[in-house]
Write a protein that binds this ligand. Structure first.
Ligand SMILES: NC(=O)c1ccc[n+]([C@@H]2O[C@H](COP(=O)([O-])OP(=O)(O)OC[C@H]3O[C@@H](n4cnc5c(N)ncnc54)[C@H](O)[C@@H]3O)[C@@H](O)[C@H]2O)c1
Length: 273
């Protein structure tokens, strides 16, 4: 097995707990670092619930350790950062990890920040890359491997092997705004919103064009409801700044977010849930 025997996950929220679960069920030991003892306990419960739902063998949970002490990361060969999407916070975390586990490969689960920019403060940027998992991690089949300008090519090959051992398919993407997944996914969704604004068709019919016509499992508007309209607005604004006005968020998206209609989580988005 090429998977690291000991993996650290910094931040055990929605993504971090799923990432921990994926490595545990594939045989690794995992240490999850959280903000404080109570948050560490909550992370333990999240991972435990996920393992139980996935009918994992009891040994998997026995390989989990949760803590609020980053010093415990010392034996880790790989540490994946999954704290909130805030560049300054992530930089603080990287500094702690490089001190605690100086030999470890360091990865970020960022969904939008530049891997090159995140690597700027690192002592060993060649041992750093993006490992972008998808939600929910245990059932999602994709890992987007994002190579920074100074990432060692041998590390990219290793990460591709890890992805396969986790039962996932890796794609390898250069460090660019929105990587491959968000850039294409948001592009399609913004065009669907503009079509809805222009009265081209109903939300259901626009989505059905993609589900039946192109075999997408979900249409772009329903996907936006599931992801959260606020999340997609933030990504569109970021892509508009980085890539130009073709990613400018349509009025309908801004209006729905301003009205608090964020999709499935609030009960109303392009659909009523
Ligand atoms: N949610 C998604 O669908 C998704 C998908 C792909 C990537 N991502 C990315 O994954 C990352 C995490 O997102 P999430 O949805 O899991 O967020 P989340 O808020 O569910 O989890 C973040 C966790 O980090 C912990 N945390 C915060 N500050 C910390 C600190 N200083 N030390 C240790 N732990 C700390 C929080 O307590 C929380 O449990 C973000 O970069 C996000 O962009 C999210």
């Amino acid at each position: 097995m090429s998977l690291p025997r000991m993996v650290g996950v910094f931040g055990g929220g929605r993504m971090g707990s799923g990432i921990a679960q994926a490595f545990l069920t594939s045989g690794s030991h995992v240490i999850v670092v959280e903000e404080g003892p109570e948050a560490a306990e909550r992370a333990r419960a999240r991972v435990g619930d996920g393992l139980a739902k996935g009918h994992a063998d009891p040994e998997a949970l026995a390989r989990l350790r949760t803590t609020s002490d980053p010093g415990e990361l010392r034996p880790c060969e790989l540490v994946i950062e999954a704290v909130p999407e805030d560049a300054a916070l992530k930089a603080q975390v990287f500094a702690l990890v490089e001190k605690a586990a100086p030999g470890a490969v360091l990865a970020s689960n960022t969904s939008s920040l530049s891997i090159g920019a995140l690597a700027a403060g690192l002592a060993a940027p060649e041992r750093f890359l993006g490992l972008h998992f998808f939600n929910p991690v245990p059932v999602s089949a994709l890992i987007e491997i994002v190579t920074g300008p100074r990432t060692d090519p041998a590390l990219v090959t290793l990460a591709q092997e890890w992805a396969a051992e986790l039962g996932k398919t890796p794609i390898t993407v250069a460090d660019s705004p929105g990587f491959a997944s968000s850039r294409l996914g948001v592009c399609l969704a913004l065009e669907a919103m503009r079509m809805l604004e222009e009265g081209v068709a109903s939300a259901t019919d626009i989505d059905t064009a993609m589900t039946l016509g192109y075999r997408h499992p979900m249409g772009p508007l329903r996907t936006t409801d599931v992801v959260g309209l606020d999340v997609r607005l933030a990504i569109a604004e970021h892509l508009a700044r980085e890539l130009g006005p073709r990613f400018e968020p349509p009025r309908i998206l801004r209006d729905l977010v301003a009205a608090g209609h964020l999709g499935r989580k609030t009960g109303q988005g392009f659909y009523t849930w």
